[in-house]
Design a protein around this ligand. Structure first.
Ligand SMILES: [Zn+2]
Length: 280
C-alpha cells in the first residue's frame, strides 16, 4: 500500500505574514480569507482529499461558518494561535493567553471541536522558544508540526530529526522518547550532506515542479511527509505590497500556478489530515 502523507493548510489572512506587518497599516487589513480559500477547498473536495487546517483564531472568530463547513466535511481543525504572533516575541504568559483566546473563538465557531495539533506562526518554534512544547502538552495538545529541520535565514532547527519524533521539551532539535512531545517536522530531503526544504508553500511555488516532486519522492521512500500551503499563496486576487525584492519573491512568485501544482501533487501522492497520519 502507498504511504499516506499529511496535507495541511495554514488558514490565515493575506496580511498575517510577519514580513508584511511593517508594510500594512491597520486600516488596510481587509479580510480576504473567504475568497482566497474557496478554490482550495473546492479542489480538495473534487480530489476527495481531506486536510488539516491550522487556523488562526481571528479567522475562526470572524468567519465561524467557514470553520463549521471545514469541520463538517471531515477536515481536521488545528491551532495556528489567535493573532499569528512570532513566538520569539512572546513570554510563556502571553502564549497561554493566545491559546486561551483561540479556544474561546473556536468554541464559539464549532462547539466541542477537539483540537489536537499546533503550528507556530512563521515556523518560529526553535531552540529559542523550546518552552512552547511544554505549554502545548500542558494545554492538552497532542502534536506539534512547526519544526523546520534545516536552518534558513528566517527559521529552522539545525540538525533536528527529519521524520516524526518525540521532541525534547528543552531542545526541539533533540529526541526524548520518554518525556518528549510528538513532533511532525516540516519536510526536508537529504541529498548527501545537504538538506533541501521541500515542505510546500514557497518551495512548491519557487522550485520547478519536477524538482519538487523528485525531492518528495525521495522522502516518500523513507517516511511520510507533511506539506503546507496558505490560502493567500493559491489565490491570484491576493493584494500585493511594495516589498524589498527577496520578500516579494518569497511571498508572491508563481501564486497563479500554485493550485495547479497542488492538484498534480494530489494526483501523485496520497494525503490525509495530520492526526490520521499520526494515528491519533
Ligand atoms: Zn502562518
Amino acid at each position: 500500500m502507498k504511504v499516506i502523507h499529511a496535507l495541511s493548510v495554514d488558514l490565515e489572512e493575506w496580511y498575517h505574514s510577519d514580513l508584511l506587518i511593517p508594510h500594512v497599516r491597520a486600516g488596510e487589513r481587509v479580510s480576504q480569507v473567504r475568497e482566497a480559500v474557496r478554490p482550495l477547498i473546492d479542489l480538495l473536495h473534487r480530489a476527495g482529499v481531506r486536510a488539516t487546517f491550522f487556523t488562526v483564531g481571528e479567522v475562526a472568530r470572524d468567519h465561524p461558518d467557514l470553520i463549521q463547513e471545514l469541520a463538517t466535511t471531515g477536515h481536521e481543525i488545528a491551532c495556528h494561535t489567535m493573532t499569528h504572533p512570532n513566538l520569539w516575541r512572546l513570554t510563556p504568559e502571553k502564549f497561554r493567553d493566545e491559546l486561551e483566546q483561540y479556544r474561546e473563538a473556536m468554541e464559539r465557531a464549532v462547539s466541542g471541536q477537539e483540537v489536537l495539533g499546533f503550528r507556530a506562526p512563521m515556523f518560529s518554534l526553535d531552540r529559542r522558544t523550546h518552552w512552547v512544547l511544554g505549554e502545548l502538552r500542558d494545554a492538552g495538545f497532542r502534536y506539534d508540526s512547526s519544526v523546520v529541520p534545516v536552518r534558513t535565514p528566517w527559521y529552522g532547527v539545525r540538525g533536528a530529526p527529519l521524520g516524526v519524533y518525540r521532541a525534547s521539551l528543552e531542545d526541539p532539535g533533540r529526541t526524548d522518547d520518554e518525556a518528549g512531545f510528538l513532533e511532525f517536522p516540516l519536510t526536508a530531503c537529504s541529498l548527501g550532506r545537504l538538506r533541501i526544504p521541500a515542505a510546500g508553500g514557497v518551495y512548491l511555488r519557487l522550485l520547478p515542479y519536477p524538482v519538487f516532486r523528485m525531492l518528495l519522492r525521495r522522502v516518500a521512500r523513507q517516511r511520510p511527509f507533511v506539506i503546507y500551503v496558505h490560502p493567500w499563496e493559491t489565490y491570484p486576487g491576493t493584494p500585493t505590497c511594495p516589498l524589498p525584492f527577496v520578500e516579494r519573491l518569497g511571498l508572491y512568485t508563481n501564486i497563479r500556478h500554485t493550485l495547479a501544482r497542488l492538484e498534480r501533487l494530489l494526483s501523485e501522492f496520497r494525503f490525509a489530515p495530520v492526526r490520521e497520519v499520526l494515528d491519533l
